[in-house]
Structure formats: C-alpha cells, structure tokens
Design a binder for this molecule. Structure first.
Ligand SMILES: [Fe+2]
Length: 402
C-alpha cells in the first residue's frame, strides 16, 4: 500500500484506505477505483489530505514522475528504448531524402483534391510503402527527420509527420510490416477531408465560431467518404475515421470510447495531437517537445489511451538529431547526437552566440556534468536561424563514430 497526497491521485488509482475514518465523509466506502477528476475533487472537499492506494505499476510511476517534472525518471523511461536503434548516417541521409521527396508528393496529391483533380492513390501507396520499409529497418529514423526542416506548409508536413510517427509507433508496438504500411498510408490522407472544407474556415487565424467548428469537424467523415469512393477499403481507413475519437467518448464523428476505438485510431489520436501542438503555424508557435509530452500526459485516460502514449514517449525522443535548441547560456546549438543514457542531455554543436553572431563550432556533451553545466532551455524554430552548412559535417562525423 502506498500513501499518496490526494493532489497527486490519478484516474485509475485503486484507493484502499483514507488517512482518517471514512465514516466522517460522504463516501459510502473507502475502497474504490478513481474513475474521474470529480472523485478526486470530492476527496479534497471532504478534507482528506492523504489516501493509501494499491501500488502503481512501475511503468505508471515513471510516467507520473515525468508529469510531475522529475526528469531523472523520464530519462530512465527513455533510456530503456533509445539504445536499440542507433542512428546510422547512411540511413539518416536516406530518411532525409525520403521525407523531403514525400512531402512534395503529398503536397501535390492534396492540392489536386482541392482543385478538383483526381486522387493519385498510387503516389500515396508508393510513399507509404517507402515509409514502412525505412521504419522496419530503423524504427525512429524518419521521426528524427520530421522537425529538421523548415515548414512552409503546415497541412502537407502535418500529413507526412502523422504518417511517419504513426508508422514508427506501430513498429514499436510490434505491428507487422503490412500493418505499419496501413497506418503510414492512412496517416498521409488522415486529413484529406480538410481539402474539402472552405479555406476561410481552415485557415482562420482566431477561434472558430460554433457553426464553423461544426463544419471543420466534418473533415473526418468527408475525407473518409471520399477515400471509400476512391476504392479504399474501410479496414484500411480506421486511422482516418477515428483520429478525433477520444478515450472518454468525447470525440467525433461517432463518439466512440476507448474499447470501441481501434489500435489504428488510438495511434492516430496520439500522433495527430503531438504533431499539431509541436508544430509552428502561421499565427502560432509550436510547443517544445517536453512541454507537449507533459500536457499530453494530463490527457491520458480522458483524451488518449495511456499505453499507446507511453510507447510514444519512448519512441519519439525529446530532442531528435537536428533539433535547433537554445542553451542556458543563450547560445544557439543543434543536436548532433542523441545520448543513449540521457536523452534529455544530447551532444550539441554550438554555432551562434546570444547576439546571433557565428562563433567557432563547439561540440558539447551535455551529459558530462560540470558544476555549472549547460542545459537546453528550449527548441528554436528553424525558420528563424540559418544553420551553417559545416555543422552538418559535424553531425555526420559524430554519428559515424557510433
Ligand atoms: Fe483531423
């Protein structure tokens, strides 16, 4: 039995005992499973400060620690998975090429829909085929490329990123190659229905009105119906139809709850949310990966499936190779190599001082702790900084040694 403060209780915890007699409370029993936030609030309202709960599984503890900001625990969670798939330079370059070419193709397929031209299904199939092949060889390499490049067009990059992340997550979950290809394929077209929504609603900078939001939500059903008409089979399109369904049944279009949502739908929800909140838009800067993961943790068991999310945390890494970062010294750096044991402390290459002036390149291993050690304080939008070309040679070299 573990004693925990009521403030740190989570949905799913098994309460076994209160810190005082339950008879003086409005609870009929002191043994129950926390099913919603309202129960936690009710415990507080009854003046209960601590409860005894059944010990959480080890994995759940680590995730709780992550949410509560105890980053050492986060490091352990990530470190279990990170070493398995070292970045290999050739694979990295290949992945960069696949990503760049695919985004252009996805962009033209989606633009064709908007302008009423026919749907190029074979282009989508060939992209998802290469995403699946690269992912089967190296589960994380394409995911490490997603945030490397400038994002000129959110929708096209988002479609590509959802596909790449979904494929990677599917591989981590042990799905077979044809299943990985299925989620990669559906990921590419998951928002195709947005091409059928009026652009003034799609690109509206501020908050949508209620009636605009109703139209916006139709992108799921419209996209699904469109793809069925193109001859795609319903079982291939679960990620498309279910990526806005939510764990607690509050999603759309069908209000499915967790047990009714397919694994493809669960994967779709996690990766769609992650990419959406970490991407820069015209009017909005994306969140840093660490903050995004913390926020998403607070949505487990309400919006998203917790187990799938746990796999996702292990998968994406916090600072993939190529991320542009701001150091605590206010210098600019690029992540050169992921540190297997400490994914939050990678090896970085510092190339610019706080005044935006180029400095001689300096390789810093953030895991080698010094008394006043440097830290990464956040990700930087690549659009705001020109990275000198020779930095990439350093990245190549760092990863060659591995
Ligand atoms: Fe969507």
């Amino acid at each position: 039995m573990d004693k925990v403060p009521v403030s740190s209780l989570r949905i799913g915890d098994h309460v076994l005992k209160f810190d005082r007699s339950w008879l003086g409370t409005d609870f009929l029993s002191h043994k129950f499973i926390i099913k919603d936030q309202a129960t936690i609030d009710r415990l507080s309202a009854n003046g209960i400060e601590f409860v005894f709960i059944q010990p959480r599984r080890e994995e759940e503890k680590k995730i709780t620690d992550l949410y509560e900001g105890r980053s050492d625990e986060l490091i352990n969670v990530l470190a279990q998975e990170a070493p398995k798939h070292q970045l290999n330079l050739k694979e990295f370059n290949h992945a960069t090429d696949v990503y760049t070419q695919s985004v252009t193709m996805v962009g033209s397929v989606l633009s064709d829909i908007r302008s009423g031209k026919s749907f190029n299904n074979s282009a989508i199939r060939s992209i998802s085929d290469s995403i699946a092949k690269v992912t089967v060889r190296n589960r994380g390499v394409l995911a490490s490329v997603t945030k490397l490049q400038k994002h000129d067009d959110y929708t096209f990059h988002h479609s590509m990123n959802v596909s790449v992340f979904a494929a990677s997550l599917a591989a981590h979950l042990g799905m077979k190659e044809n299943e990985i290809e299925r989620v990669a394929n559906a990921g590419l077209v998951h928002d195709i229905g947005k091409m059928l929504i009026p652009q003034e609603i799609l690109n509206k900078p501020g908050k949508l009105t209620d009636s605009e939001f109703i139209i916006m939500k139709q992108h799921v059903q419209r996209g699904y119906d469109f793809l069925l008409k193109q001859g795609m089979r319903p079982e291939m399109l679960k990620l498309v139809l279910e990526h806005h369904e939510r764990h607690d049944g509050s999603g759309y279009p069908n209000g499915l709850s967790d047990e009714q949502i397919s694994i493809d739908g669960k994967i779709g929800a996690v990766v769609d949310i992650y990419d959406a909140i970490t991407s820069d838009r015209v009017y909005n800067k994306g969140m840093a990966a660490t903050s995004a993961l913390k926020l998403m943790f607070s949505w487990t068991d309400s919006h998203i499936n917790k187990s799938v999310f746990e796999f996702f945390i292990k998968n994406v890494g916090i600072y993939p190779v190529g991320s542009l970062v701001m150091m605590s010294t206010q210098e600019f750096a690029i992540v050169g190599k992921t540190n297997n044991n400490k994914p939050t402390d990678p090896i970085v290459i510092v190339f610019m001082n706080k005044n935006g002036e180029r400095t001689p390149l300096k390789v810093v291993d953030l895991s080698k702790s010094a008394i006043d050690r440097q830290k990464i304080i956040g990700l930087i939008n690549p659009e705001n900084v020109t990275v000198p070309k020779d930095v990439y040679k350093y990245i190549d070299n760092l990863n060659k040694i591995a």
